[in-house]
Design a protein around this ligand. Structure first.
Ligand code: ATP
Ligand code: MG
Length: 567
């Protein structure tokens, strides 16, 4: 391809609407343009990159026994009603009706479709396992589409579904996919971690998220620098912290005027925050809930949701608190509470002589002991892990980082096969539900995540494996016939040799061409100037390191290939 013909209009200015670097650079490099909120056109350069990521994904899926198929994006409502997800999915689902008023959705995911498909054709254990995948657009009406391709409303996903006879088979499929994902993200040149995650709306227990480590990531993860433990903070389990044993003292009311926060109470009573019990009030679909954690800890709402089995949870407002509990937020506590559900964190149960709200404005209790003064409805791990908390596996302090979720692997077990009656006959002729897993990779998000990790002040730095082109040739002067003819020659030879090469034949100043090359981020740049024509030396500059190599005209093809293999 000649750059004079390439449809990649670059921009000099940073577009105001773009908050993260991948979004900025994709707009500036002429790779994407916005069509509407959260939907984008992939222009030629972006599409080349996407196709490369997809091809890596296909190779790795096929290597693990995956078979590609393609299901409709438009899905009938009935199958979603059968699993109950037509209602559960809520506003995130794009819904439409046909001319006969029949309801459909634009697929946000395909568990219902694939299970319905497989159930009609698979009868016997001999047909299992099956690992079926597709790569296509998915649609989710995200509450906050943002960060360009990172959280869009139309995006490209690879989704694979495994069907096995039993749990053992599922575990094998899961392990194979875990390996395949590791290979995919390694081959894309990403620094990532597979973290234990929460099941969320899809359900099922065992699940890992593949997180690309980046400050712009929307997810918070913890990991242990010593053992291999890593988890999404939403999920990270915590063991109760032992507290120094003390003699139980008598429960006492203290006056604490105007002290609505843990900080204010601790300051007034001259104690550290870990002597206080923080009481948070939540409104859930199962009613009002008091959640108790040690004063210096934070409540993890996802954990409460899982323990309580509630679908919705949000902080209760002042009015609801006063009406139901007879006191104001800031002074609520578990002792003598009117709230029928009290969930206490395991560490709270180890506290001696703590401080908590007394359910009267401007008053707190001193010397509160959970074992003596109140009875929680549920005791469990409900707090958010924090930096330096003890690792749940080896007890050494954990570290936190931010991550971009590029993929997730899920054990679904029989959730969908039971709901949709996808059964098979086992080798004893007995009917049993298929045991399923599902595995997603955000292909378009992976492209954005790669840019988040691979960029510098001049632009993108593509890993060679997924670069839109490997090499750009920049003749210093398009008017110099000798230069142009040498550049043409190198261009023909490299392409014929399987190195994807662009020729910047535009009649522009070299500075403009260099700037564009750096912005788009081709791994190698070959400058053809007087040195090339006079000394027969091919000057190759590495985008990532700035290193310059001068290769002799008779062996540069191999040298370029060798160099690319390292990038
Ligand atoms: P998130 O928590 O980021 O909303 P999710 O857990 O809902 O994602 P999955 O259902 O696990 O997403 O989808 C599989 C993969 O699809 C994700 O790991 C992610 O890479 C990608 N993905 C999900 N939602 C989006 C989106 N709105 N835009 C781009 N990619 C997405
Ligand atoms: Mg996910």
């Amino acid at each position: 391809m000649r750059v004079s013909q390439l449809y990649a209009p670059t921009l000099r200015e940073i577009p105001a609407e773009a908050e993260v670097v991948s979004h900025q650079l994709m707009l500036r490099a002429g790779m994407i343009r916005r069509a509407a909120g959260g939907t984008y056109t992939y222009m030629p350069l972006a599409l080349r990159i996407l196709r490369k990521i997809e091809s890596i994904v296909r190779q790795e899926m096929d290597a693990k026994g995956g078979q590609e198929l393609l299901m409709p994006i438009m899905q009938p409502a009935e199958i979603w009603r059968e699993t109950g997800r037509w209602d559960v999915y809520g506003d995130e689902m794009f819904r439409l009706k046909d001319r006969h008023n029949r309801e459909f959705c634009l697929g946000p995911t395909h568990e219902e479709m694939i299970t319905t498909l497989v159930k009609a054709d698979v009868r016997s254990y001999r047909q299992l396992p099956l690992r079926l995948y597709q790569i296509q657009n998915k649609y989710r009406d995200e509450r906050r589409p943002r960060f360009g391709l990172m959280r869009s409303r139309e995006f490209i996903m690879k989704d694979l579904y495994s069907f096995d006879k039993d749990e053992e088979g599922l575990n094998e499929s899961y392990e194979k996919m875990y390996e395949a994902y590791t290979n995919v993200f390694n081959r894309c040149g990403l620094t990532f971690r597979a973290v234990e995650a929460d099941g969320g709306a899809i359900g099922g227990t065992g699940t890992h998220e593949f997180m690309v480590i980046a400050d712009s990531g929307e997810a918070a993860i913890v990991y242990c620098p010593v053992c291999d433990y890593a988890a999404n903070v939403e999920k990270a389990e915590l063991n109760p912290i032992d507290m120094p044993v003390e003699e139980l003292e008598a429960l006492t009311i203290v006056s604490t005027p105007g002290t609505k926060s843990i900080e204010a109470v601790a300051t007034l009573l001259d104690v550290s925050a870990d002597r206080t019990i923080k009481t948070m009030v939540f409104q859930t679909d199962k009613g009002l809930v008091l959640a108790l954690v040690r004063g210096d800890h934070e409540v993890n709402e996802v954990k409460i949701q899982n323990l309580l089995g509630c679908l919705t949870i949000e902080l209760a407002d002042e009015k609801a608190i006063t009406e139901a509990l007879g006191s104001a937020a800031g002074f609520i506590g578990p002792v003598g509470t009117l709230c029928s559900t009290v969930i206490a964190d395991t560490t709270v149960m180890n506290m001696y002589n703590g401080i908590c709200g007394a359910n009267v404005v401007d008053q707190h209790y001193k010397n509160v002991n959970a074992t003596r003064d109140f009875t929680p409805t549920i005791v469990g791990d409900i707090r958010h892990i924090q930096e330096n908390d003890p690792c749940p596996h080896c007890a050494l302090p954990v570290k936190t980082a931010r991550g971009i979720e590029v993929g997730q692997v899920f054990k679904l077990y029989t959730k969908y096969s039971k709901a949709l009656k996808a059964t098979y006959l086992d080798n004893n002729g007995r009917e049993a539900p298929m045991v399923m897993g599902c595995y997603g990779i955000g292909v378009s998000r992976t492209m954005a995540a790669t840019i988040e990790q691979h960029n510098d002040e001049y632009g993108i730095v593509w890993p060679a494996a997924i670069a839109p082109y490997h090499v750009v040739i920049v003749p210093i002067s398009a008017k110099d016939a000798a230069q142009m003819s040498l550049a043409e020659n190198i261009y023909e030879n490299l392409n014929a040799y399987g190195v994807e090469t662009l020729l910047d034949d535009r009649n522009e100043r070299p500075g403009v061409k260099f700037k564009d090359a750096d912005l788009i981020g081709y791994p190698l740049k070959i400058t053809v100037g007087p040195k090339a024509t006079n000394e027969n030396l091919i000057e190759v500059k590495v985008r990532r390191t700035g290193e310059i190599f001068n290769f002799a005209i008779d062996n540069y093809l191999d040298e370029v290939k060798k160099l690319l293999a390292t990038l």
